[in-house]
Design a protein around this ligand. Structure first.
Ligand SMILES: Nc1nc2c(ncn2[C@@H]2O[C@H](COP(=O)(O)OP(=O)(O)OP(=O)(O)O)[C@@H](O)[C@H]2O)c(=O)[nH]1
Ligand SMILES: [Mg+2]
Length: 283
């Protein structure tokens, strides 16, 4: 849709939102904090975020922390300038709410993907993470992914070392321009997740920077044609069906949290939790 990008054209919207959203974060938050895992071996499930450099992976982790704390949290390091991946090590983030209750999931952040072979995380290291072979603090090396000959390699990962949901983080405003090699790397990782039976979700970030309607009012996100087109593009380019794709807008400039951003993030987390529940029920 080359011509669709023209700034002159007024954005078209649907009369009715195509997903029904109740803009109330409170119920979603308690549902998630009270969620009980249906597996005896783990008390928390692991969500792995990957995607191109600057997609908003680290920003999403801080956003999730902010949603549950009810204030802006800046813990995981974000970077404002595009370019080389800012995140360099494998790190697990716990989420706690404002009552200091720990949520039943953890988030893992990895180095970003780049188009050049020798830059960015090697897809084999994302696969290593999926399978539970990476130790906390592992430093990514783009040219040489971890192998089983390495002393750092976890040979017999427990269920809690492994990843229970793969999340691809893709910016809505650059999905069309995303390099074919990056897409290919993401597809390879998706195939591995499917082979392992691990659910795969796409978080489409930066919807605020993609459609003027949405920039003005985030509640318009499911009325915007442009956002739906971008979600369809994610589906075509990466593989997952639309029902596994969730638009979000991260906290990146605000000094307070707001209901609409919270709800979109919580809806994505609720869907992930449901998919993981199904997955754990089957292993
Ligand atoms: N407008 C807007 N900007 C965002 C959003 N999410 C992230 N950003 C900005 O995008 C930039 C990159 O975000 P990061 O979270 O550091 O990206 P990353 O995916 O962790 O990148 P690497 O660690 O370098 O691979 C930051 O300047 C954020 O402020 C969003 O939803 N909307
Ligand atoms: Mg990062």
């Amino acid at each position: 849709m080359g011509g669709g990008e023209s700034k002159q054209e007024p954005p078209k919207d649907f009369e009715q939102p195509w997903r029904n959203i109740v803009w109330n974060s409170k119920a979603l938050k308690s549902e998630l904090s009270e969620f009980q895992l249906n597996h005896p071996d783990i008390s928390q499930f692991r969500i792995l975020l990957h995607g191109p450099v600057g997609a908003g992976k680290t920003c999403f982790i801080n956003s999730v922390k902010s949603v549950f704390k009810g204030r802006i949290v800046v813990r995981a390091d974000e970077e404002t300038s595009a370019g080389k991946s800012f995140t360099k090590t494998y790190k697990t983030y716990q989420i706690t709410d404002n009552q200091s209750v720990t949520l039943p999931f953890v988030l893992n952040d990895v180095m970003g993907l780049e188009d050049r072979e020798e830059d960015g995380i090697h897809p084999n290291d994302i696969i290593n993470a999926l399978r539970g072979h990476l130790k906390e603090g592992y430093k990514f090396n783009p040219v040489s992914p971890l192998t089983d000959a390495d002393p750092e390699y976890i040979h017999n990962p427990s269920l809690s070392d492994k990843v229970h949901c793969l999340v691809s983080v893709v910016p809505a405003n650059s999905i069309s321009r995303m390099n074919r090699d990056v897409i290919q790397k993401m597809k390879t990782v998706r195939q591995e997740a499917l082979k392992l039976g691990i659910p795969h979700v796409v978080l489409m970030t930066k919807v605020d920077a993609t459609c003027p309607l949405v920039e003005k009012d985030l509640a318009e996100v499911y009325k915007s044609r442009k956002i739906k087109e971008k979600m369809e593009e994610c589906s075509h380019r990466l593989g997952p069906p639309l029902k596994c794709i969730f638009p979000v807008s991260n906290y990146h400039e605000e000094i307070e949290t707001n209901e609409k951003k919270d709800v979109l993030i919580l809806i994505a987390l609720k869907a992930i939790t449901g998919f993981v529940d199904d997955y754990l029920g089957n292993i």
